[in-house]
Write a protein that binds this ligand. Structure first.
Ligand code: NAP
Length: 505
């Protein structure tokens, strides 16, 4: 039997124990069990589904520090960060439990019959949203808890009434195994069919490909590389029955530094930028990888403060050797480009587990002629572009790829100019921020963690926040069904929130 071992991110040492690698037969078994669980699971009362989500949260907390220690060893992320991430994971499960109980997710709409309408009577039309079916979830390497086995995709799919089959990320098999066991315990405790949660593990593309190809799978949730997301999108489209893939892939999260903000607090902004850039060794999808600064008073202070903060920044281990090598290659490419200069670098990494943070600088004309300079380099690398005026900034943004976030640093004196940016940024990004930094994504009702391609494969949705449930639902209309055949929540007198004739009732 093939076995998968975790690797200590900080040392490269193998971590015991080994975990059995799943086979194609295991994938088929999990998918068939998920399909068998689908109808019984979606038929359960909302309270029971919510109780499952709460139970998963409890079981994760019950794992105690063993979970944090294992995640820290496998990812190299600090204990404090992982403790916070566990809180976020548990909070997100509980938030989805509330959403399920609250009932708005059902999207109930009723257009009562108008038998006397001329020239034709109107039929009785009633709509609700139903779950898609079993969802394949690919855990992310950079959030071993919040975007992984029991992360946002799993929580949203379970909330929607979809069983899930998770492919745990091969970079943290021990963390994944602990959380998968916790979910299984919750499923059993709540008396849910076992197939509601399936789990496979292994490295190499074949396993994930078999999962996406399996006819029982109705949708895919993924966070990772652009190449990986695109491969899964292709697979999903080539199936006899194509299915949606919600892939969150690549973003450089532009930050515009407006002139008054730079003049009044250039140095402060420089230090705050470095804190955001270097958090978690820069391994965030919302890392600020592109700065667009309008030249003027304060830019020099920004650059000096950023360079000073960066030079004393100690390197941290990166998540995997592959991610570290991709970072080293990406930054070497930037460093070797004509017209690009390294403004500063952090304390040198060991080139085995860690690499130094790096800040490069160029001008708008260089970037215009070489747009590939703005491709994502996953890690603590950023490119500062000196722009002569707002028109240059707008031209760069208009040519940019889709983004998860776009940020404006402004003072009151910048607002009139910044108003020109908002419509440009709306077309590019899923979340617009003012005077914040893009790292740090609140799990909330109004959050959007999505954006046009290649930030995601489908910019109409989000993978963080309660709106994420929409990805796994589809509307069904019931025309002239007698009450006995209607779903209970669509019958007259039901108490769930609904729209009647287009108005909340
Ligand atoms: P990844 O290589 O895309 O892998 C993510 C998951 O997808 C893994 O389970 C992987 O397993 C699977 N996978 C990848 N390619 C596949 C394919 N062609 N067919 C089937 N399954 C496939 O991402 P990663 O390992 O987390 O990191 C690599 C790079 O991803 C980073 O350097 C970074 O650029 C990017 N990344 C981006 C984000 C973000 O939030 N935007 C987050 C993390 C990483 P197998 O490889 O075993 O098949």
């Amino acid at each position: 039997m093939d076995v998968l071992y975790g690797v200590a991110a900080a040392t490269g040492e193998r971590l015991e124990p080994g975990y059995p690698v799943s086979t194609a037969a295991d994938v088929a078994h999990a998918c068939i069990a998920a399909e068998a669980a689908f109808d019984p699971y979606r038929a359960r009362a909302a309270d029971e589904r919510a109780a499952l989500l709460d139970a998963v949260a409890e079981e994760i907390l019950a794992l105690g520090e063993a979970l944090i220690d294992r995640a820290a060893a496998e990812t190299g992320l600090p204990v404090a960060r992982l403790t916070g991430e566990r809180g976020r994971t548990v909070g997100q499960l509980r938030l989805f439990a509330q959403v399920v109980r609250d009932g708005h997710w059902r999207g109930l709409r009723i257009d009562p019959a108008q038998p006397d309408r001329q020239p034709l009577p109107r039929p009785d039309l009633r709509q609700r949203r139903v779950p898609l079916g079993p969802v394949a979830v690919f855990g992310a390497s950079n959030f071993p808890l919040a975007f992984s086995t029991a992360g946002g995709d799993t929580a949203a799919a379970l909330a929607a009434g979809c069983p899930v089959v998770v492919k745990g990320h091969p970079a943290h098999p021990g963390t994944d195994a602990l959380v998968a066991d916790a979910i299984r315990r919750a499923v059993e405790r709540c008396g849910m069919p076992a197939g509601v949660f399936g789990h496979v593990r292994g490295a190499g593309n074949e396993l994930g490909a078999a999962l996406v190809r399996h006819p029982a799978i109705a949708a895919v949730g993924f966070t990772g590389s652009r190449a990986g997301g695109l491969a899964l999108m292709r697979l999903a489209q080539q199936r006899p029955v194509p299915i949606p893939v919600y892939a969150e892939m690549s973003s450089i999260n532009p930050v515009v530094l407006m002139p008054c903000a730079l003049a009044h607090r250039g140095a402060e902004l420089g230090r705050a930028f470095v804190a955001s850039l270097t958090m978690g060794a820069g391994q965030f999808c919302t890392n600020p990888g592109l700065l667009l600064a309008i030249e003027g008073d304060g830019l020099a202070a920004f650059e000096a403060a950023a360079a000073e903060a960066l030079r004393t920044h100690a390197p941290q281990p990166m998540l995997t050797d592959g991610i570290r090598r991709a970072y080293a290659e990406g930054t070497a490419r930037l460093a070797g480009r004509e017209g690009v200069v390294e403004l500063a670098a952090g304390i040198a990494g060991d080139g085995v587990a860690s690499e130094e943070a790096r800040l490069f600088v160029t001008d708008a004309a260089t970037l215009r002629d070489a747009p590939e300079l703005a491709e994502e380099v996953f890690g603590a690398s950023s490119l500062l572009v000196r722009c002569r005026d707002l028109d240059e900034v707008i031209a760069i943004l208009a040519a940019a790829e889709g983004q998860l976030t776009a940020t404006i640093q402004l003072d009151a004196g910048d607002e009139a100019q910044a108003a020109r940016l908002v419509p440009v940024l709306e077309r590019k990004a899923g979340r617009l921020l003012v005077n914040g930094w893009p790292t740090g994504v609140e799990v909330a009702h109004a959050m959007v963690h999505g954006g046009p391609f290649p930030a995601t494969s489908d910019g109409r949705s989000t993978s963080v926040g309660t709106l994420a449930i929409d990805r796994f639902l589809r509307p069904v209309c019931y025309q002239d069904l007698p009450a006995a055949l209607l779903p209970p929540e669509l019958r007259d007198g039901a108490t769930e929130p609904r729209m009647v004739d287009g108005r909340p009732a």
